[in-house]
Design a protein around this ligand. Structure first.
Ligand code: F6R
Length: 597
C-alpha cells in the first residue's frame, strides 16, 4: 500500500516539486519506506530514495524544469525498500514514468513477455511492468493516452496508477480497487490517493470510480470511462480544512486525534438521534430492515469495535457473529440472503475486509460498510454505507475512528431494531462532553511515568469492556513496541495469570455494571500475585482500595462506559510511547491502510 500524487497547473519547476512534496508528506501515513517523484518536460527527470521524505528532499536539485509531475510514498509489497524499488518506475528509454498503489497480480507473466521482447528491468517490483507496457504501445505508434489505456487493459489486480510521458504535459491516471481522487483548483489539477494531499490548494474534489480514466493538463481535465467516452462526474466540496489535516500544534497526530474525539463524536451523532420519539435515524440507511442475523467482518482496531457492536445487536435478540475479515470464508460459514454482512473499516480500503465483503456480495447477502472515508472502495462495493464522520485520521494507530465506530455501531444497533430509549439518547448526547472532561483531567501521563519500564502490560475487562481490553493492548503494543495483552477478565485464571508479576501492571476496566462483582474478583486474583492495578472506573470510591492508580471516567449509560474507558487507555499508551521516544505516528513495520491480503 502506498500513496500517489499527480499535479499539473500553474506551478512549474521547483514550485511543482514543492506541491508534490507537500502532498507526499500528507500521504506518508500510507507508507514511508521510500519515496520519489518524476517531473516531465522534454525529458522525464526522476528522483527517488529509500527512507523517509527528508531523504528524497536531499536528492532534489535546486533548479528544476517541468510542467507535469507525479510522486509516490511506498510501503513495500514486491521487493524490499531500496532506492531501486522506490517509485516512480521508468521504461527502458526513460520516456515514461509511473507511480502505482496496489498489486499487479499477473506481473510475472507480463514481465516474462516484455523481457522476451527485449525490455530490461531494474527493480523487483510488480509496478515496473507498467512503464514498459506503455513504452511498447508508444513504440507501436499509439498516442500517450491510448498507450496508457492499452497498458492498463493488460493488468490484473488492484491499482491506482499515474503516469507521465516526456514531451507531453499531461498526467494520465486510473483506478481499480485502489483509491484515487481528483482535486480541481484554479488552473491547477491534482490526483492523489487521499484528499489531504492537495487540501492546501483546493477543496473541490471528484471521487473517481473504478475503471475511469482521467487526464489532467494545465488547461483542463478529462474523465472517461473504459470505452473512452467522456464522463461527467460531480465535483464535491470537502468539509475538512487544512487545519484538520495538519498537526495543529500537537507533537503527534495521534495526540491531536485523541483530542479531536469530542468533535468527532459530535459529528458522528449529528442529525441521527431524535429526542422527540426516542429513535435513531440514519438517513443513508433508508430501506435497510431489521436483519435476521448479522456477520461483522473487520481487522485490528475495527475488529474490536465490531466485537463491541455485535454485543449491542445480540442484546436486541439478533444472532451475530464477529469475524476477523481475513478468516471469513463464506464456503465454510453459513451466509444467505437473510444475513447482513457489516464491514467495519475506517479506511474502507483494507484488503482483507474488502475480500470478505466481496465474498458476501457474491453469495447474495446484504452488505453494509461502516467507514470513515467518503467514496472508499468499501462504500462503493456494499449495498449500504454508514459514515462515522471522524474526519481524516493520519496517525497510523486508530484512535478517534475507534470511538466513532463504537458510537456509530451503538446507533446502528438501535436504528435497525427500533429499540431505543430517551435514556440511551441522552447518554449518547452527553458522550462528547464526557470525553472532553477525561481529556481535561486525565492522570494517564502520571501512570505512564510510573510504569514506563514495566516488563509487560495487561488489560482486562468483562462484557462490553472486553473488546476495549483487547484494544488497549493493541494500542500499547503498536506504538510502544512492548509486550501487551488484553483478555476477557474471566480468562486470566485459565493460563495468562502465569505471566503476571509485580512488573506487569494490569489495567482493569471496573465500571459499575452487572459484571462489577466478578471483575473485582479477577482484580483480587492479580492483586494477590503482586501485580500493580490501574483501575479505569466510574465508581472510584468502590475500587480505590484495590487499585494502585485510578483513572476515572464520568458516569454514563452502562453501554457507553467502554467508550470512555478507552480514552484513558489511549492516553496511557501515548504517554508511554512518548517517554520511550517511539515513532508514534508511524510505528515501525505498520501502515495506515493495509491494501494487501
Ligand atoms: C490499529 C489499526 C489497525 C486497523 C486495521 C483495519 O491502530 O489502526 O489495526 O484498525 O488495519 O483498518 P481499517 O479500519 O482501515 O479497515
Amino acid at each position: 500500500m502506498c500513496g500517489i500524487i499527480g499535479y499539473t497547473g500553474t506551478q512549474m519547476g521547483e514550485e511543482l516539486s514543492e506541491v508534490l512534496m507537500n502532498g507526499l508528506s500528507s500521504l506518508e501515513y500510507r507508507g514511508y519506506d521510500s519515496a520519489g517523484m518524476a517531473i516531465a518536460n522534454a525529458t522525464v527527470s526522476v528522483y527517488k530514495s529509500e527512507g523517509e521524505l527528508s531523504e528524497l528532499e536531499q536528492t532534489l536539485p535546486t533548479t528544476l524544469e517541468g510542467i507535469a509531475g507525479i510522486g509516490h510514498t511506498r510501503w513495500s509489497t514486491h521487493g524490499p525498500p531500496s532506492d531501486t524499488n522506490a517509485h516512480p518506475h521508468t521504461s527502458c528509454n526513460g520516456r515514461v514514468a509511473v507511480v502505482h498503489n496496489g498489486i499487479v497480480e499477473n506481473y510475472q507473466e507480463l514481465r516474462d513477455a516484455l523481457e522476451a521482447d527485449g525490455h530490461e528491468f531494474e527493480s523487483d517490483t510488480d509496478t515496473e511492468v507498467i512503464p514498459h507496457l506503455i513504452e511498447a504501445a508508444l513504440e507501436r505508434g499509439d498516442k500517450p493516452e491510448t498507450a496508457f489505456r492499452r497498458a492498463i487493459s493488460r493488468l490484473e489486480g488492484s491499482y491506482a496508477v499515474a503516469a507521465v510521458v516526456s514531451g507531453d504535459e499531461a498526467v494520465y491516471a486510473t483506478r481499480h480497487q485502489s483509491p484515487l481522487v481528483l482535486g480541481i483548483g484554479d488552473d491547477s489539477y491534482f490526483l492523489a490517493s487521499d484528499v489531504p494531499a492537495f487540501l492546501e490548494y483546493t477543496d473541490n474534489v471528484v471521487y473517481l470510480e473504478d475503471g475511469q480514466f482521467v487526464s489532467i493538463t494545465p488547461s483542463g481535465v478529462e474523465i472517461t470511462n473504459g470505452q473512452g467516452s467522456l464522463v461527467d462526474m460531480p465535483v464535491e466540496t470537502v468539509e475538512w480544512d487544512i487545519e484538520d489535516a495538519g498537526k495543529s500544534g500537537y507533537d503527534h497526530y495521534m495526540l491531536k486525534e485523541i483530542n479531536e474525539q469530542p468533535h468527532a463524536l459530535r459529528e458522528c451523532l449529528r442529525g441521527r438521534p431524535r429526542e422527540l420519539d426516542a429513535s435513531i435515524e440514519i438517513d443513508e440507511l433508508e430501506g435497510l430492515e431489521r436483519p435476521e442475523r448479522v456477520h461483522f467482518v473487520a481487522c485490528g482496531t475495527s475488529y474490536h469495535a465490531a466485537l463491541y457492536g455485535a454485543r449491542l445487536f445480540r442484546e436486541q435478540g439478533i444472532q451475530t457473529n464477529t469475524f476477523l475479515a481475513s478468516e471469513y470464508d463464506v464456503d465454510a460459514i453459513p451466509v444467505d440472503e437473510e444475513t447482513l454482512v457489516v464491514g467495519v473499516t475506517q479506511s474502507g480500503e483494507t484488503a482483507d475486509t474488502l475480500g470478505a465483503l466481496r465474498a458476501a456480495n457474491r453469495i447474495g447477502a446484504e452488505t453494509l460498510s461502516v467507514t470513515n472515508v467518503v467514496g472508499c472502495s468499501a462504500a462503493r462495493e456494499t449495498d449500504y454505507v454508514m459514515y462515522i464522520r471522524a474526519g481524516p485520521e493520519i496517525g497510523v494507530a486508530a484512535t478517534k475512528t475507534f470511538a466513532s465506530q463504537q458510537v456509530a455501531l451503538a446507533m446502528l444497533s438501535r436504528a435497525l431494531t427500533g429499540a431505543c430509549s430517551s435514556a440511551f439518547i441522552k447518554a449518547l448526547r452527553a458522550l462528547p462532553d464526557q470525553v472532553q472532561s477525561i481529556l481535561d483531567t486525565s492522570q494517564a501521563a502520571t501512570v505512564a511515568d510510573e510504569y514506563v519500564d514495566a516488563d509487560a502490560y495487561f488489560f482486562i475487562g468483562r462484557g462490553y469492556n472486553a473488546p476495549v481490553a483487547l484494544e488497549g493492548a493493541l494500542k500499547m503494543k503498536e506504538i510502544t513496541y512492548k509486550h501487551a495483552e488484553g483478555f476477557p477478565a474471566g480468562e486470566l485464571k485459565h493460563g495468562p495469570l502465569a505471566l503476571v508479576t509485580e512488573r506487569t501492571p494490569v489495567f482493569s476496566m471496573l465500571t459499575g455494571d452487572s459484571n462489577a462483582e466478578k471483575m473485582l474478583g479477577n482484580v483480587r486474583e492479580v492483586e494477590s500475585r503482586g501485580a500493580p492495578i490501574v483501575a479505569v472506573t466510574d465508581v472510584p470510591a468502590q475500587v480505590a482500595t484495590h487499585a494502585d492508580h485510578v483513572l476515572e471516567i464520568p458516569n454514563t449509560h452502562r453501554l457507553f462506559a467502554p467508550i470512555l474507558a478507552n480514552i484513558q487507555l489511549q492516553l496511557v499508551s501515548y504517554w508511554v510511547a512518548n517517554q520511550l521516544g517511539r515513532s508514534i505516528d508511524k510505528p515501525r513495520n505498520l501502515a495506515k491502510s493495509v491494501t494487501v491480503e
